[in-house]
Write a protein that binds this ligand. Sequence first.
Ligand code: GLN
Length: 497
Amino acid sequence: MTAQQPARPEGITGLDASDLAAKITAKEVSAVEATQAHLDRIAEVDGDLGAFLHVGSEAALAAAADVDKAVAAGETLSPLAGVPIALKDVFTTTDAPTTCGSKILEGWMSPYDATLTGKLRGAGIPILGKTNMDEFAMGSSTENSAYQVTRNPWDTTKIPGGSGGGSAAALASYQAPLAIGTDTGGSIRQPAAVTATVGVKPTYGTVSRYGLVACASSLDQGGPCGRTVLDTALLHQVIAGHDPADSTSIDAAIPDIVAAAKTGAQQDLSGVKVGVVTELQGEGYQPGVLASFNAAVGQLKERGAEIVEVSCPHFTYALGAYYLILPSEVSSNLARFDAMRYGLRVSDDGEHSAEQVMAATRAAGFGPEVKRRIIIGTYALSAGYYDAYYGQALKVRTLIARDFAKAYESVDVLISPTTPTTAFTIGEKADDPLAMYLFDLCTLPVNLAGVCAMSVPSGTSADDGMPVGLQIMAPALADDRLYRVGAAYEAARGPIG
Ligand code: GLN
């Protein structure tokens, strides 16, 4: 099969979020119509794509009906009221199961909503359903889901990225105009890049992790996904903000992201200094990806940006550090799935001890990649090896944060390709974890440093016609810069395909 841009449908589902919101406010389209149109679209196309694990038609329509009542009563609506969303199945919801793509949580119902879920509800954004993901967000292709494969709408033989492949595929195939992902090492940006959608990993601590089932707590960050930079900005503004229920939440003002996206769309980047990261290009990168990246650099320059090359020497070690820190945290976080408190319980027949039930449940409930990481993490944290592995990785983490800090002394944003190659074929790397990990090369430094980044589509690769993403990185709490530069680039680039 050759790559083909998914056709934009006629009617409601073909509208991007900001246009749909305007029509709802103008009473040209009701919120119920908007939600129903997307539910119909899911019924029509998701059988082939597998983006959703659960579709919550009733709850979504009820939320939409509430918005219509508010419209009829003349209430002031939040900017995205009535625009439905796809939610990664790692955020808890009281009205739908939360599985994290794992058998161990099959059918598990949370007793509470994540803070982010509550913010979506509060903004009148109907939740269409929960999207497929790599088990507990570990993976780069969504193939590690215990439930189903998700396919890339550009070419259904290819992966949609991971771990948030379901959210990205839902957006790219017009099943939802907005989506939520989480990014621990790239799981928002990388699926965005390979599906030609926009995804942002906000500054660590600016979007609440309360009710986001933990993978690696010091790296995990929920964030917004859309088909345009403006839509992503509107959603970002809804979900960001301090949360006392999350002890790592930052009590700092969130910059005006939507205003930044609107300024950016004017396409004037004079005075903006953009650094091209030396270490995130060259050998190992697909020629079509580099060509697309270089064209993007040219367009930023044409719009007035000053382009300089910046070296971040420790980025080379990000992969090694990440794949020690992440498994270490995973080995601790996933200890809570003990067969006693949540979900699956195996061998509970009165013949086995509690310990045996725990072991049998974890053996049956976790997939191979999750087990691999629990074992690596347990080893890296063990008494004799802690300093040599985990301790060293933390030092590298600090050096990467210093590389960023130094770079931002002379530039406003850094850029790179989001991924070294375009989407690969389903099954191609399934038995080769290291090859899979290499796909995250460009996105990992951002998580290790806690800063923010966006992936914005930069066209397609001449090699295979598949989408390529431009990664824009900015300092902590300067998320608005991503939107200014991202919107300017998006406008300069013009339509894809
Ligand atoms: N692919 C990376 C991993 O497997 C990133 C995952 C993520 O961001 N959740 O760890």
